[in-house]
Design a protein around this ligand. Sequence first.
Ligand code: FAD
Length: 418
Amino acid sequence: MLRRWAEAPLAGVDLTLIVDRPGAVYSGMVPGLVAGDYRREDIKIDVAALARSAGARVVEAPAISLDPVERRIAVAASSSSPRVTAQASGSASVASTAGATVAYDVASLDIGSTIRGLELPGVRELALATRPIGDFVRRVDSTVAACMRERGAAAVRVVLVGGGVAGFELAFTLGSRVRGLGGAAQVSVVSESEQGVAGCTARVARAILREAERRGIGVVCGRRACAVDGAGVRLAAGGGAAQPPLQNAMGARTEHQPRASVAAVTDSPRIDADLVVWATGAAAPPLLAASRLALDERGFARVRATLQVVGHDDLFAAGDCASIDAMARRVPKAGVYAVRQGPILDANLRARLTGGPLRDYHPQRDFLAILNLGERRALATKWSISVAGRVAWLLKDRIDRRFVARYRAAGQPLRRIL
Ligand SMILES: Cc1cc2nc3c(=O)[nH]c(=O)nc-3n(C[C@H](O)[C@H](O)[C@H](O)COP(=O)(O)OP(=O)(O)OC[C@H]3O[C@@H](n4cnc5c(N)ncnc54)[C@H](O)[C@@H]3O)c2cc1C
């Protein structure tokens, strides 16, 4: 929406971007960063610069609540007021800051999601969570290095909690990173899903599990992590003993990362770990519950197909934070869906400001997903067909670099690492 606004601003409208941090991380390249394919600056989009190029005023502070009736957004301020880094020079003001409040006529919430289970014991303190993704990216290199130092010649035990596609991608790439740095890694994934990999077809899950097996990655299927402690991950369990190995989608034993690493601790089994990565899938950001909005059963903002929040024609929501009535199941919390809502959001914000008709968003039926497997290999899947190898990685690299380049302000060249 910001890029389109930069290309074709709407006369007489003041645009304000409220953002908690000026740089956004492009999540599709995060596994590549973990694998060592990219540097941090390669995968960042300077959202504040993009907004300024669209003539927007940038308020650099987290929004904490929104009042859709009064049309005000409360913004956290470190001192008395948020940091305003640029001022738009529009002719008619439709947004203004008053202390830590931003008033609006038309607004859109695009605040993404947080991650499930952060409130569980030890998770915030001891695990490396994938959200906020900027913090993950900032911490991952030093955390891996510290684990390798601590373990010396012994294998670094990495446990990924969350059996979604992103969790598996990180399992592959973390293992490959440690090996690339000259160490040894023992990687396991704890998945709530009985088929081992959540959020994809059984066929794709089988392809991912085949790759995991080839790489010696242990997959604990159908189990939920309930805590993280100094020794590793505790699994929720009915009894006090370790559970027998479960079967994965390939029919293979799934607790196959040395059985000895699953031990009974008090009343729940535990997987020993030096590094726990928490990648459990999307949860609603707290701002939504703090605002007077219609929410779905998971706490995401309910919107219509036009991306207007239910009950408020002048408030929109898009991407992970939105739950589209009647199609929530068909719209997973994934960037490929969020991105395609951008043009609809742009068109409908303009329509709302100028009085034109609004358009409906229609989710794509399928999309090309390419998982980074580390070692400059990737697994490409579409229509339940999957192909793994170097060519898939090259294709992903090309698509991802092009994507970031589209939103990159001039003067920020992307280094090519091949
Ligand atoms: C490790 C990982 C890998 C992934 N890989 C893929 C992939 O390959 N393909 C794919 O389709 N999806 C992937 N996803 C999912 C994808 O990241 C999300 O679906 C996508 O980013 C959602 O886009 P969004 O614009 O809704 O939110 P986000 O991209 O999260 O953007 C939200 C923005 O709002 C800002 N913000 C948040 N709260 C506030 C606040 N209170 N005030 C002000 N600003 C705020 C954030 O800093 C951020 O800039 C991955 C996710 C993870 C964690």
